[in-house]
Design a protein around this ligand. Structure first.
Ligand code: FUL
Length: 472
């Protein structure tokens, strides 16, 4: 090896392991969780026999032939998702009615038993191809509650469900980025409830697909946000006290689900799920009640803007395509997001900070696009601040701040200030946690200087970016 190769490999190792970084604080995300968080918005797709019956929870005795989309088009779903800026799609491969959208060898209630495509259809296959072509990731929802399976309510069912999980996570549909474990546990066809073997279920997915982010009320990959309106708490920790709790009836208190736990020992960030329509499944009668762009923006601010990932349900209609009302709304939503976030008014600013952890982590990094370039305050500076001196006076009403979460979530509270008189500052807005992303609104202001001051933090803050925007 010549000297150049040695130097290059040493530099690569040093930058990859961030040896000279400030030390991490508390739990930190795994590589898969970090990648997941950066996806920001995913599409949820509720599709199955309920699409045709109009029910929200099918009874499980619906004839397989009920499922018969006239012109299923997963490429249309993926195309719309990509255009609207979503990074992944999670499909209800099996809802509580037990019907499987793939030919699950463990079940006799699947697309294979239906007349759709002569029993040769496989929605998971079509969606995985469409996602691959569009550069999207795919995830699955497979309900443990099964109102069709005769073994539901007996120990046999747990093994069957585990094998069901394996039949989709063995790589045949590509790498599935997320598995959605619904905690619902109702009665099966014999009137019995199931005692779920959660450790077995988790193992069955992770043994085959170790990078899968497992969603449930207690993670371990990500957690339910505690409501179905797409809203995280204003305080939103990605850490959770999960010990002693289970998904479903034994879930952590709603407040912990919404806000996380400041001293939680596990990194289990929030995922905020919500439907673009009143119901989770498509119904003709709800074509007039698709959420407005304003409502979607509120949801975006309440989820992505509060350190959560947004999982927005957009259910296809009986043809197997996303209805035009919904697709047009998604594109309008994208246009609105672009009109707000397309122009960062902080760019070109000079950044002055109370301290920095060496030259490599200076304030200037706050305005760089790369996530791994960040500003770290020095050692004990837990009340650090950053002043942005804008090239000229700008008008804005929104600030977006990000922490560099690979080093842990640190900030407990902060204020945003503008100059007041010669030396003073006036408070414009205040917030508690930041996390991966925090967006705060305030009345429009015109100024050439702004200060973000951390008022409490677990350790010296490590901020990734600060952006200023004008929302119409
Ligand atoms: C819930 C289910 O009961 C609903 O039908 C829906 O799938 C929602 C996302 O999760 O637990």
């Amino acid at each position: 090896m010549n000297i150049r190769v040695i130097v290059l490999s040493l530099t690569a190792v040093l930058s990859a392991s961030c040896l000279r970084c400030p030390p991490p604080v508390g739990p930190v995300p795994s590589a898969a969780q970090l990648e997941w968080q950066k996806m920001e918005m995913n599409l949820f797709v509720h599709f199955g026999p309920n699409t045709f019956s109009g029910l929200e929870w099918g009874h499980g005795n619906e004839p397989e032939d009920l499922f018969c989309p006239g012109s299923l088009d997963c490429r249309q779903w993926a195309g719309i998702a990509r255009e609207a800026g979503f990074r992944g799609i999670i499909l209800t491969a099996k809802h509580h009615d037990g019907f499987c959208l793939w030919p699950n060898p463990e079940s006799t209630h699947t697309v294979r038993e239906s007349r759709w495509r002569g029993g040769k259809g496989d929605v998971l296959r079509e969606l995985s191809e469409a996602c691959r072509e569009s550069g999207l990731k795919m995830g699955v929802y497979i309900s443990p509650w099964d109102r069709n399976d005769p073994s539901y309510g007996t120990p046999d069912y747990n093994g069957k469900y585990a094998r069901t999980l394996q039949s989709v996570h063995d790589g045949r549909y590509g790498e599935l980025f997320e598995h959605w474990f619904d905690g619902a546990c109702g009665e099966g066809p014999t009137g019995k409830r199931q005692e779920y073997d959660w450790p077995l279920f988790r193992r069955s997915v992770l043994e085959l697909n170790p990078r899968a982010v497992l969603f449930s009320d207690v993670g371990p990959g990500c957690r339910w946000v505690g409501n179905e309106s797409g809203m995280a708490g204003e305080t939103s920790w990605s850490t959770l006290k999960a010990d002693g709790y289970t998904p479903g009836a034994g879930a952590p208190p709603q407040r912990s689900l919404m806000e996380g736990d400041e001293d939680g020992p596990y990194w289990i960030p929030a995922e905020a799920d919500v439907s673009i329509r009143p119901g989770w499944f498509w119904r003709e009668s709800e074509n007039g009640s698709v959420k407005s762009v304003d409502q979607l923006m509120d949801i975006y601010y309440g989820s992505v803007g509060r350190n959560a990932l947004l999982l927005l349900n957009v259910p296809p209609d009986t043809s197997g395509r996303i209805h035009p009302v919904d697709s047009v709304r998604l594109i309008e939503f994208r246009q609105r997001l672009d009109s707000v976030f397309g122009n960062n008014l902080a760019s070109g600013a000079k950044v002055r900070t109370s301290s920095s952890y060496g030259l490599r982590f200076r304030g200037k990094n706050l305005l760089q696009d790369r996530y791994d370039r960040f500003w770290a305050a020095s050692g004990r500076d837990t009340c650090a601040f950053a002043v942005l001196e804008l090239p000229k006076e700008k008008r804005f009403n929104l600030i977006q701040i990000q922490e560099y979460i690979p080093l842990g979530q640190r900030v407990r509270s902060f204020v945003v200030e503008v100059p007041d008189g010669e030396e003073g500052w006036r408070q414009l807005a205040e917030g508690t946690t930041i996390g991966y992303k925090r967006i705060l609104h305030f009345p429009q202001v015109s100024t050439d200087r702004i200060r973000v001051r951390i008022t409490s933090s677990k350790a010296a803050p490590v901020l990734e970016s600060i952006g200023l925007y004008l929302a119409p």
